[in-house]
Design a protein. Structure first.
Lengths: 287, 281
């Protein structure tokens, strides 16, 4: 090999490494920047006053985001209550009951559901769900229940695809053994398949939670964005993501730092959830 | 004994019906969304809507031309930044399957994928908007390109992993230098998978709004300068949807229709490619 080719090879290798490092670098920079901007406020105001503070009035020096943390978890929980049973039964249907043709049609359709932009979900929620809730349940309609409903639909594709994968990895022999013992299909599913796919299904729920808690557009359009802890399912609320999205465009000074610290809290929650989910997915079902 | 079996079978039936019902219910939103958007959106679409600028409040008519151009510009900007990075990183990962660095990068890709878009928006805000002291198309593009990156890296890596090792060995045995092997053998055989990844990532960012609220910001007027605020379709939908005017709501339907058709087309196209041009050896 000539020297020039050698040189070129080394060059190409370095280019690849540099670009490969870019994702690492991005993530690293994201942490550094967010922490560098947000942490000083934590030190100045105090962690306790931010995370457990009830009052958010950043221009007056109050940075309590406790109501938003609670609201974020409430809508996420609500979304799970709606999305989890639907998603899980859809996954069971796809893997156990549907024929090949239906599956060929349904799976891509569900993936398309994931492709619909969140702002469109939000818009449909504003036009259809909010008036529905206002007319039949009362309140302004911008509420915990409408937000949970929309988020529940939005996390369906995540839950379905991951629990479907978990259920299909259960070995066929399990099903055959169960059927040979005279168990009905429902007994097989309930007593054999679901327990052995448990970790994957749980992971799908957790990932769905992660998606719901990080969701912004649909939430700010439907949640009503009131700054308090909701006391009923018809109360408006404001989530962590909504807080950032609504105020960052015009925030300055400490107000801006307060929003960055909101971002830190959000990031920590999401990473914890993803870590949990990863743990669930990695644990292979017993062979 | 017989009663017992009967009860079991009835339970089985009930369960089956419940599962089918729930599965049906979870598919319902997709049809409803597509139905409502098509019903309300398609009437709004006309020449004027597609190719004219928004008019001020009180004047009727107008369109979303600037938003369409803005979305296209944002997509191009983010593609320019993320595609080379993403593909190169994917090649690196597939070439170096083991090793500490590869595993760390893989972990980063997963974390980056799970990072909510709004946090990525904050970063673009910190990096570009704050120093330049103005909202800009560039900052929006950077935010979106960070969102594209993990999808492209992941699909590139997965595709290239499937390419048989002997292809590479044959090329190297012929004395082809390593970089030419990558360019002429490995990349071409994995091109369909890579293309799928790019399309999927574009589909992911086309409808993304949250980070744009405080990076690209939105703009009533036509703008081609990447250092100035720029409009985008999802932002326009948000803006019109939150307004109290019925006419603007109908514009939001029209814009939603365009956006949904665009993202669904990208998704379908990506799937079509991955199915049709199955990598052949």
């Amino acid at each position: 090999m000539t020297d020039r080719t050698m040189l070129k090879e080394r060059f190409v290798k370095w280019v690849l490494i540099t670009f490969a490092l870019s994702s690492l670098l991005f993530l690293f920079l994201i942490f550094v920047f967010i922490l560098a901007e947000g942490l000083p406020l934590f030190l100045k105001v105090g962690l306790k006053k931010i995370i457990f503070g009830f009052k958010w009035a950043p221009t007056k020096g109050y940075f309590g985001i406790f109501p938003m943390i609670v609201s974020s978890f409430l809508v996420t929980f609500g979304a799970l209550v709606i999305g989890a049973p639907l998603g899980l039964s859809c996954a069971i249907y796809l893997s156990e009951y549907s024929g090949k043709k239906t599956k060929m049609f349904l799976k891509p359709a569900l993936e398309l559901l994931a492709g619909i932009p969140s702002v469109v979900y939000g818009f449909l929620g504003v036009i259809y769900i909010v008036p529905l809730v206002r007319n039949y349940l009362g309140g302004s309609g911008f509420s915990l229940i409408s937000t949970s409903l929309i988020l529940g639909v939005m996390i369906l594709p995540t839950i379905i695809s991951i629990s479907f994968d978990a259920i299909t990895t259960v070995p066929k022999t399990y099903r055959e053994a169960s059927a040979a013992m005279g168990a009905t299909k429902w007994q097989t599913i309930y007593k054999v398949i679901l327990p052995s796919a448990k970790s994957g299904i749980l992971a799908s729920f957790i990932l769905g939670m992660g998606r719901a808690i990080g969701e912004t557009m649909a939430v700010i359009m439907i949640a009503g964005n009131a700054l308090k802890i909701p006391t009923s399912i018809l109360d408006p609320l404001r989530t962590l993501t909504g807080n950032i999205a609504l105020e960052l465009a015009y925030a300055t000074g400490d107000h801006r730092l307060g929003l960055f610290s909101t971002g830190i809290v959000l990031m920590v929650i999401i990473m914890a959830l993803n870590y949990l989910a990863n743990f669930g997915i990695k644990r292979k079902p017993a062979k | 004994m017989k009663d017992h079996a009967g009860a079991r079978l009835i339970k089985d039936m009930i369960f089956k019906c419940a599962v089918c019902l729930f599965a049906f219910i979870s598919l319902l939103p997709l049809y409803l969304i597509l139905y409502y958007i098509t019903k309300n959106g398609i009437m709004v679409i006309n020449w004027d809507f597609l190719f004219s600028l928004p008019r001020p409040i009180g004047e009727s008519g107008g369109g979303v031309f600037n938003a369409i151009i803005g979305t296209v510009m944002l997509i191009i900007l983010s593609c320019i930044m993320s595609i080379p990075c993403g593909i190169a990183a994917g090649i690196y990962l597939s070439e170096n399957k083991k090793g500490k660095l590869s595993n760390t990068i893989r972990l980063c890709v997963i974390v980056l994928q799970g990072t909510p878009s709004i946090v990525i928006g904050i970063i673009a805000y910190l990096w570009v908007v704050a120093p330049l002291k103005t909202f800009s198309a560039l900052s929006g593009g950077i935010a979106l390109s960070i969102m594209m990156l993990p999808v492209i890296i992941k699909t590139t890596e997965e595709t290239l992993k499937l390419i048989p090792y002997h292809l590479k060995e044959a090329s190297l045995a012929l004395g082809v230098p390593y970089h030419r092997t990558i360019l002429k053998v490995i990349l071409p055989s994995g091109i369909s998978g890579i293309l799928t990844g790019i399309l999927l990532s574009v589909a992911r960012i086309t409808g993304e709004t949250a980070p744009l609220l405080f990076t690209a910001f939105g703009n009533q007027f036509m703008n081609m300068n990447i250092l100035k605020p720029i409009d985008s379709l999802p932002y326009r939908i948000f803006y019109y949807a939150m307004s109290p005017y019925p006419e603007w709501h109908s514009f939001a339907w029209g814009a939603s229709f365009i956006l949904v058709v665009l993202t669904l087309a990208l998704n379908l196209f990506a799937r079509g490619i991955s199915v049709k041009w199955k990598i052949q050896f």
